[in-house]
Design a protein around this ligand. Structure first.
Ligand code: 6GP
Length: 807
């Protein structure tokens, strides 16, 4: 067991023998099978169930401790949790990884294979959902009383296939084989009225394990069901379809996750999903409050509720409704309770991603909540009018309602008005929120605005994803970094030690070989692990500029064909495009087209390879991040709120090529400017372009290389002679170029040349790599959560007592 476990709270002690026996018992008692019929998936389930048995004491003790101690609780409301597989993470957090390996060995099984059997719960789109998952784990590790609430989507983020035609989508039936990690709680279910239908939300609980502590918090996801399974009147009249119609309609609510990252809006079902999970969660909190003998007006003393973007912002109106209509408080008291309970995190600067809902839709689905929003708005504008006399434009901007032919509810405004704090997720992002997106509110209430820079959990993203690096760190600086990531600073003493650097490179090589093997097995492409692995994995978005990286690949191809000597590179892309986002899908198509030509060309052998890894996911991230040499973080400055993949890669020893955007700025500050490849215009300069009128043509005219690249793509070279295929993309780049690819491409080339130069000196690169890991202690989600807990939630740790041991 890792030495960093505190002996007094050692979360779980079990021998490999006991674990193996438990697996055998579950094969019989849970799977009802003999060994000769057992599939690999059966064995996975047996191990998962045996592990679950071992965490139950902690889970039950945690709930008991929180109930007895009547603790103040952090509540995270999020429409998305991109959890990733549980098994390996739970083994690590319980300190049972080695025992499980040994138990599997005793049974003739391979733990790694069983781990890969788990279908991943992909209940999120990208950064926002993954952050929610990291935060759950950190809250448990920090022993904070916390609950996460969300939706138990039957189908998570779609599965992506890549063909020569680009992206193809299919459904993700992650529950098809059952889910050993959840417990259904039918006794905790609540009605939610939407329009003239009532649906019931049923709780499904998943344990969230802290690392090296007993604390095991709950993620409670709501599944929708109908109040009556069958309409007997229709049934008796022989109309069997109508008899089950309402049930089907109700269950549709939690069927599927909307696949839009920073989303498109206006969909009735999406608004229904939002009120559904928010109302169930708030009703559940009132149940807990009642259980502790506390009245409704004490809600804000018991709960600190964090809204993960505006998806749960309807909570402002719904909490008011419950306090007014169900608990009979007067308006002022209810408003005091609401604004003292809620706080809001914004995750995007893209104006089109700020949610609004048409008044008509709102009126149809949520008439009472709309009435409450009007009342909130009337009172708020009365106050604002006194503060800003004779400034109707300002009042129009502050209003919760967007006026015009199609009036809309502005969810971000509702969130800011109804919450005691609003935060961005990186310094620059919070600054831009204050200066632009939410400037009027920041002027009105400067003290409500703050920043909490994102982080990632070092358990999943180092200990689980990169065991070789974890071992090396344990040897060199001790194992305490898992609980306090600032311990990575201690690597500073070893950067001059050649033997250490040698081991460092060995670890990185092994991770790259692991990825090479996976890509060979799954895609049949053999990569050279000694080449520079240049990686961009994240959702496909124009603002993230995968096309900038793609254009650079074409440029390298041309330069190599012209006989230039460039160090060998493997360029790896991965990420999903929203199914309705044509330009993003075209970017994938371009990358696939480039890969096809480059990888077939004998002149590129040993010099350049291009791969698009299909279906990027948490599990693939665990495989890819440790293998990255060069991390592409090349968004247009001022567009990426934070980024968290940037942190995962740098933490695992990658060097970043990046703009001054989101958390890149803070990463560069932490790891040192010499260990970061900076390029591109600043957010301020980009803002000026937009103000003054930007045109890409002057940039293109002075850059013969980029012209050649664009011509080659336009000639059909990467599309089997089809000159039209990429026209929309090229026309966009040469006429509007909304994300300023052309303004940054020259500087990007310079930075890439500098990358090539540094790579030629392996020991220099290794030192830069160590400096990145060393500097990234700040980017632990433990640090982020500590900031939320202390500055925003006022929630303190409560260690869990062992109370059920004697059962
Ligand atoms: C993302 C941001 O794009 C990303 O920069 C950030 O790191 C992440 O949130 C976590 O804060 N935003 C979303 O995924 C989103 O849907 C509405 O925003």
């Amino acid at each position: 067991m890792a030495e960093s476990f505190r002996s007094s709270t050692s979360p779980c002690q079990t021998s490999s023998r006991a674990l193996a026996e438990a697996m055998q018992r579950h094969l019989f008692f849970s799977q009802a099978k003999s060994p000769s019929l057992a599939t690999r998936h059966d064995h996975y389930r047996c191990l998962a169930l045996a592990v679950r048995d071992r965490l139950l004491h902690n889970w039950v003790d945690t709930a008991e401790t929180y109930t007895q101690a009547q603790v103040r609780t952090a509540v995270y409301l999020s429409a998305e949790y991109l959890l990733g597989p549980h098994l390996d993470n739970n083994l690590v957090n319980l300190g049972l990884r080695q025992e499980a390996e040994q138990a599997c060995h005793e049974l003739g099984l391979d733990l790694e294979e069983l781990i890969r059997e788990e279908p991943e719960p992909g209940l999120g789109n990208g950064g926002l959902g993954r952050l929610a998952a990291c935060f759950q784990e950190s809250m448990a590790t920090l022993e904070l009383p916390a609950i996460g609430y969300g939706i138990r989507y039957e189908f998570g983020i779609f599965r992506q296939q890549i063909t020569t035609q680009g992206q193809q989508e299919s459904t993700d039936s992650w529950l098809a084989q059952g889910n050993p990690w959840e417990v259904i709680r039918p006794e905790w279910s609540y009605p939610v009225t939407i329009g003239n239908h009532t649906v019931i939300g049923v709780a499904y609980d998943t344990p969230i394990l802290g690392y090296g502590v007993r604390t095991t918090n709950t993620l409670r996801l709501w599944a929708a069901s109908a109040p009556e399974a069958l309409d007997f009147a229709s049934f008796n009249a022989g109309d069997y379809t109508k008899a089950v119609l309402h049930k089907m309609q109700s269950e549709t609510l939690s069927k599927v996750l909307y696949p839009n990252d920073e989303p498109e809006q206006g969909k009735r079902l999406r608004l229904s999903q939002q009120i559904f999970f928010v109302s169930c969660s708030l009703q559940d909190m009132f149940r807990i409050l009642r259980g502790q003998g506390l009245p409704a007006r004490e809600f804000h003393r018991k709960f600190a509720v964090q809204l993960n973007d505006t998806h749960p912002a309807i909570a402002v109106a719904e909490l008011m409704r419950l306090l007014l209509d169900e608990h009979r408080l007067d308006w002022d008291t209810a408003w005091g309770v609401t604004t003292a309970s809620l706080s809001y995190t914004n995750h995007t600067l893209l104006p089109e991603a700020l949610e609004t809902w048409g008044i008509d839709l709102f009126q149809q689905l949520l008439p009472r909540q709309l009435e409450i929003i009007y009342e909130i708005n009337a009172r708020f504008l009365r106050m604002a009018r006194i503060r800003y006399p004779g400034q109707p434009d300002k009042l129009a901007r502050l209003s919760l309602i967007e006026e015009g032919p199609h009036r809309k509810v502005r969810m971000a405004n509702l969130a800011v008005v109804g919450c005691h704090h609003t935060n961005g997720v990186a310094e620059l992002h919070s600054e831009l929120l204050r200066r632009h997106v939410l400037a009027d509110f920041a002027e009105l209430w400067p003290d409500r605005f703050t920043n909490v820079t994102n982080g990632v959990t070092p358990r999943r993203w180092m200990a689980v994803a990169n065991p070789a690096l974890a071992n090396l760190l344990d040897d060199v600086i001790g194992s305490h970094w898992r609980r306090d990531l600032t311990h990575l600073q201690a690597l500073g003493k070893h950067t001059g030690d050649d033997a250490f650097l040698q081991r460092w490179r060995g670890v990185r090589d092994a991770s790259k070989q692991r990825l090479v093997q996976h890509i060979h097995q799954t895609q049949g492409i053999l990569l050279d692990h000694s080449s520079l692995f240049d990686v961009q994995v994240k959702r496909i978005h124009e603002y993230k500029r995968q096309h900038l990286a793609a254009l650079h690949v074409v440029e390298r191809y041309l330069r190599l064909r012209n006989g230039e000597d460039l160090p060998p590179r493997t360029v790896i892309f991965g990420g999903k495009a929203a199914p309705g986002y044509a330009m993003a899908k075209l970017i994938i198509r371009l990358i696939v087209g480039i890969a096809e030509i480059v990888n077939m060309d004998p002149a590129m052998a040993g010099r350049l390879r291009v791969v698009f890894v299909p279906n990027f996911s948490v599990s693939l991230g665990q495989l890819i991040y440790p293998a990255v040499d060069l991390s592409e973080q090349i968004s247009t400055a001022g567009k990426e709120a934070s980024g968290t993949g940037n942190m995962k890669m740098a933490l695992n020893g990658a060097l970043t090529i990046g703009t001054l955007d989101g958390a890149n700025i803070e990463i560069r500050d932490q790891v040192g400017a010499d260990n970061f490849f900076l390029f591109g215009h600043t957010a301020e300069q980009i803002h000026e372009f937009d103000r003054m009128g930007y045109h890409p043509m002057p940039w293109i005219e002075k850059d013969p290389i980029v012209r050649e690249v664009i011509e080659l793509i336009g000639s059909g070279h990467f599309s089997e002679g089809d000159r039209d295929l990429f026209h929309p993309l090229l026309a966009n780049l040469t006429s509007h170029d909304p994300f300023k690819v052309m303004a940054d491409i020259g500087d990007y080339r310079q930075a890439q040349n500098h990358v090539d130069a540094c790579w030629q000196d392996p020991s220099r690169w290794a030192r830069m790599s160590v400096a990145n890991t060393m500097g990234c202690g700040f980017f632990s989600s433990d640090r982020s959560i500590q900031e939320y807990a202390e500055r925003i939630w006022k929630v303190a740790p409560v260690p869990v007592e062992a109370t059920t041991r004697s059962l």
